[in-house]
Structure formats: C-alpha cells, structure tokens
Design a protein around this ligand. Sequence first.
Ligand code: ZN
Length: 148
Amino acid sequence: MPIRPENRWLYPIDWRQLSQTVRFDRAGARCEGCSRPHLRRVVHLGDGRWWDADVRCWRSDRGKRISMKAGFVLASVRVTYVVLACAPLDHDPGNSASSNLKALCQRCHMIHDAAEHRWQRWWNVFRLRAIRDLYEDPRVTRERIAGR
Ligand SMILES: [Zn+2]
C-alpha cells in the first residue's frame, strides 16, 4: 500500500531498506499471512482460498495446504496480482521493531487495517460535518434540502 505523501515523515528514514529486509530476506517474497507470492498473478476464490502454482495445491487464507474434494464453482475463480507491503502491526509507522513489521499482501493488509480504515472514514465524515457546521449558512442548507 503506497504511503500517503502527508504521512511520509512518520516513517523512519531507512523505511525502504527495512521494508525490503522484512519482505524479501525474512519472508522470502511471500505474504506472512497467507503465503501468496510477490509480483505474481494468483488464482483465488475470493474467500481467501488460493491456488499455489509452485507446489500445485490449494491453500487457505492462512497459507495452509487444503484439499478441494468438494470442488468449487468455476465462476467464482478470480485472478489477483499480488504486491507485498511491509505493515506495522500496531499501525505506528515509527515503531520499526522487527517484531512489529510484517510482509502482507493486499488482502491480508486490508483485513489487518480494517478497523483503522473504519475509524479513518468515521473521522473524515465527522471532520467534514464539523467544518460544515462552522462555516455553512444553515438557511442556505435548509433551502438546498427543500429543493429551492
Ligand atoms: Zn496475504
């Protein structure tokens, strides 16, 4: 996940090297959540199960080998291009302890950050409403709602 320019100063100056060390040296260019490989197209079912073409088996959303005896609906098969990112587990980019960093694919990263993203959406709406309350003329807003 790209770092927003306004947040870049929160990250350590050697973030690029830290990220590369975690993603490639430690994780071996595979997601530490589900084992999906970096910069590869991966066939998956949308629920976390994915096809590991290297060892020709299905894996769970945790990277464990699973059998697909019951089969699956071919229409539910999707393809995703996997890009690993280095994620701070406590959402604090300043905490660059090795135990706080994890190499995650987009799916695992989004799941890990879901609560943080919900909070950020709430904050953005709250902030915009507060600014509107401060600076908008309530008579204009009432007229707009009434369609005049
Ligand atoms: Zn993953």
